[in-house]
Design a protein around this ligand. Structure first.
Ligand SMILES: Cc1cc2nc3c(=O)[nH]c(=O)nc-3n(C[C@H](O)[C@H](O)[C@H](O)COP(=O)(O)O)c2cc1C
Length: 162
């Protein structure tokens, strides 16, 4: 890269080469459920058990997260691309829960019953950075389901591990 080159374009092009597992982050705030497809998620540490998520502050999930709500990170199975599409804009609000098998409406935060794994997190810290919010969650419960066969997103497409 040289000064004046399109750094943003190069960053996007570079990140298309980064294969990521796809998750759906859920939360609940003032009785309303939220769900959003995401890949900007990382393990943080085992002690304390923790994950971090990066969420655009223009996303609907900003309302619960900025209010300090807890959240759940649901790792999708390769057969759950339809849910990822619904939770990345095709559906809105509560309609996102029409796809997939979800925990009872009273469970907080909501978890996806047939996700590869679900991590229920208590929100511990959050930091606004530019367009995004980085949120650290203390993992309080983990649920596992089925064989390991995750949904992957790479080069702008959904894929599976060969
Ligand atoms: C594969 C994939 C990964 C995404 N990862 C993130 C992410 O990590 N963080 C984020 O804020 N948005 C991410 N998005 C975009 C949101 O899912 C999308 O903008 C969503 O519609 C925003 O939520 P809203 O419609 O509730 O406002 C991703 C979208 C896709 C398709």
């Amino acid at each position: 890269m040289n000064p004046g080159d399109d750094l943003g374009g190069a960053l996007r092009a570079g990140l298309r080469r980064l294969a990521k597992g796809v998750v759906v982050i859920t939360s609940r705030h003032e009785g309303v459920r939220f769900a959003m497809a995401a890949t900007a998620v990382s393990e943080l540490s085992m002690d304390p058990p923790s994950l971090l998520i990066c969420v655009n502050r223009s996303a609907s999930l900003e309302a619960p997260l900025s209010a300090g709500a807890d959240f759940c990170v649901n790792l999708l199975h390769r057969e759950q691309a339809e849910l990822a599409v619904a939770c990345s804009g095709q559906a809105k609000g509560e309609a996102r829960f029409a796809t997939g098998r979800w925990s009872g409406a009273d469970v907080e935060p909501p978890w996806l019953e047939d996700a590869q794994a679900s991590f229920a997190c208590r929100q511990e810290q959050s930091l606004a950075y530019g367009t995004h919010r980085i949120v650290i969650g203390r993992v309080e419960a983990v649920r596992l389901h089925g064989e390991i066969d995750p949904l992957i997103y790479v080069d702008g497409r959904y894929a599976r591990v060969a």
